[in-house]
Write a protein that binds this ligand. Structure first.
Ligand code: ADP
Ligand code: TRP
Length: 321
């Protein structure tokens, strides 16, 4: 089974990225052929400071390795190191109806939030389709927000195949039910572009400060509290299981503690959860040359798959003359 996912280096990685996508990818490494890449062309839709984009790409690669992407098991690279993806993006554009792009929730949400509308933001799903199809991906693990993009990829691939024969593999998305959408500190979907994230590798005091800003209901300290719709609980449950989770629910139900107490608890469990990853991150941070080597090796492995595919596509489309 070929499993692929990408992440934009458009800011610090957050717990939504981890539970929505990275964790699934790391788990898949033992049973599938896994492909993970840093989507730096996609990030240009929001990061246009050159120095920042290159720094964020290395930071994101470092984070991925720290979080468990194993370059021996996975093909792991930076999107722009396999430029054939841009060629396929253009080719697929002719099989991407305007109406399909106009219906994209992600595009509509982003422009509604005041993010400038331009061609790259609009045509983003066609580039994502190229990412997925160039590597013959069968499964794409994503958060709920990206399901529609994978469905669009299926539509585009089907249109292409109807024209040229059975060339492209039709992919399926995979969503982890319980972490479909991790809430941000404002209760909306956590997203780098919405300024509401809890990042994975922040400093301890800063993490607590961010967690203290999580929006909660206004209920008196002594009163029992609802946990089901509480943003603090919904984040904490990502890090807890079994009796620890029940114990937290009991604390909500009992009253006598405020949301501030639950926030401090959330900060503690989260800090503990990522401890091992922080240590690994320190190693890669101090060995950036090794990270670059890993990325080079990954790009070469990715090209071994991409080049024969794009060659086949050039042939059937007549781009090869
Ligand atoms: P962001 O929205 O922060 O820019 P990306 O678009 O780079 O994040 O998403 C990378 C991966 O993380 C995608 O698979 C996406 O579905 C997943 N993801 C992002 N935010 C969340 C979230 N709040 N909950 C669950 N998964 C998420
Ligand atoms: N669009 C994805 C996001 O914003 C990132 C991405 C780019 C991706 N190309 C991909 C995810 C291919 C999965 C497969 O989250």
């Amino acid at each position: 089974m070929r499993v692929l996912t990408g992440i934009q280096p458009s800011g610090d990685l957050h717990i939504g990225n981890y539970f929505g996508s990275i964790k699934q990818m790391v788990e898949a490494q033992n049973s599938s052929q896994t492909f993970a890449f840093i989507a730096n062309y996609h990030a240009m839709t929001s990061v246009t400071d050159g120095k920042r984009l290159s720094e964020l790409s290395m930071q994101c690669a470092t984070d991925f390795l720290a979080l468990g992407i194993n370059p021996e098991k996975s093909t792991f690279w930076i999107q722009s190191d396999v430029k054939e993806v841009l060629e396929l993006y253009w080719i697929l554009s002719s099989f991407t109806p305007m109406g399909l792009l106009e219906r994209a929730h992600s595009y509509k949400d982003k422009t509604a939030r005041g993010i400038a509308s331009n061609h790259s933001l609009f045509s983003y799903p066609a580039l994502m389709a190229a990412d997925i199809l160039l590597f013959g991906s069968e499964v794409v693990p994503v958060g709920k927000d990206q399901i529609q993009h994978v469905e669009m990829t299926r539509d585009i691939a089907t249109k292409f195949n109807n024209k040229y024969g059975d060339i492209l593999t039709i992919p399926e998305f995979r969503v982890q039910e319980e972490v479909q959408t991790v809430p941000g500190i404002d209760g909306q979907k956590m997203s780098k572009s919405y300024g509401n994230i809890v990042n994975i590798f922040g400093a301890e005091k800063k993490q607590l400060k961010t967690i203290k800003k999580i929006v909660t209901e206004n209920v008196a300290m002594e009163e029992p509290k609802e946990f089901q719709n509480c943003n603090v609980y919904n984040m904490a449950k990502l890090f807890l299981e079994g009796e620890n989770l029940i114990a937290l629910q009991d604390r909500y139900k009992a009253g006598g503690e405020g949301h501030g107490h639950f926030k401090v608890y959330l900060a503690e469990v989260m800090w503990e959860y990522f401890k091992e990853f922080r240590d690994k991150r320190k190693y890669y941070e101090n060995n950036q040359d090794e990270v670059r080597e890993i990325l080079n090796m990954g790009a070469n492995k990715a090209k071994d798959i991409a080049l024969p595919t794009i060659e086949k596509i050039r042939n059937v489309t007549g781009i090869k003359y």
